[in-house]
Design a protein. Structure first.
Length: 235
């Protein structure tokens, strides 16, 4: 299944830059070489989940010390056979905070070691991934979709039809987005025109009110003139 293939790709990418989880980290991935105190005496790599040994105070990778204990071997530093071990959380935080870079060719990423797995799993476009259709090809993640969609000879006809349908749907989505954008723009213009018309209508109403007020004043003035004229006639 695709999900299983994806997990395999991720595990392959991670192991490529930081070695197997059964040993420490490769020194080559670190921006600055860690101090020798961060090197495991068993695998001679940078400590992964460092554990403090009670016999001599040395630090060993968790994976390494578990294998040593299972095999009944002595401490790799002082050769004592009677010892206990405990994880050193402070040293683990120091190791995970160290700056590392991605060793995939072309990738310029660098960051904390604690972020490396996330980068390889989700972000790095230069991780080599196998084609899920089984053609045997390996491509950078950024190019894999193009290969699987347009190039792989192992795709079935249904897959090719699905690919064409996906392309058509992408075009439809683009047209839908363009239509929505144009429709939104048209609605804004219509709203602006309506606001202008409402403003003009409001102005017309106020103008008519002023005309009515003037007409009313003229009527009252004429009534006064008529009243004066009537009074002159009587006298």
């Amino acid at each position: 299944p695709v999900s299983q293939m994806w997990r395999l790709e991720t595990q392959s990418a991670i192991s490529k830059v930081d070695n197997s989880p059964s040993q420490g980290y490769s020194e080559s991935i670190f921006v600055t070489s860690p101090d020798v105190s961060f090197k495991c005496p068993e695998c001679c790599l940078i400590l992964r989940d460092p554990h403090l040994l009670s016999c001599c105070g040395s630090h060993v990778c968790e994976c390494c010390i578990k294998i040593i204990k299972e095999e009944g071997r002595p401490c790799p530093s002082c050769k004592d056979t009677d010892y206990t071990f405990l994880i050193n959380k402070q040293m683990r935080r120091e190791v995970l905070a160290m700056k590392v870079h991605c060793s995939n060719s072309g990738c310029m990423w660098n960051g904390a070691l604690s972020d490396l797995e996330t980068h390889l799993t989700l972000e790095c476009d230069f991780v080599e991934c196998l084609c899920r259709y089984g053609c045997g090809g390996s491509y950078p993640r950024a190019n894999l979709k193009i290969h699987e969609r347009d190039e792989c000879v192992e795709r079935t006809m249904d897959m090719r039809i699905e690919s064409v349908s996906a392309k058509m749907m992408e075009k439809v989505d683009v047209l839908d987005a363009r239509f929505e954008s144009q429709l939104h723009s048209l609605r804004n213009k219509l709203q602006q025109q309506q606001e202008k018309m409402d403003s003009m209508s409001s102005m017309e109403t106020r103008y008519q009110e002023k005309l009515d007020s003037i007409s009313s004043m003229e009527t009252r003035y004429q009534e006064k003139l008529d009243s004066i004229s009537s009074m002159e006639t009587r006298y």
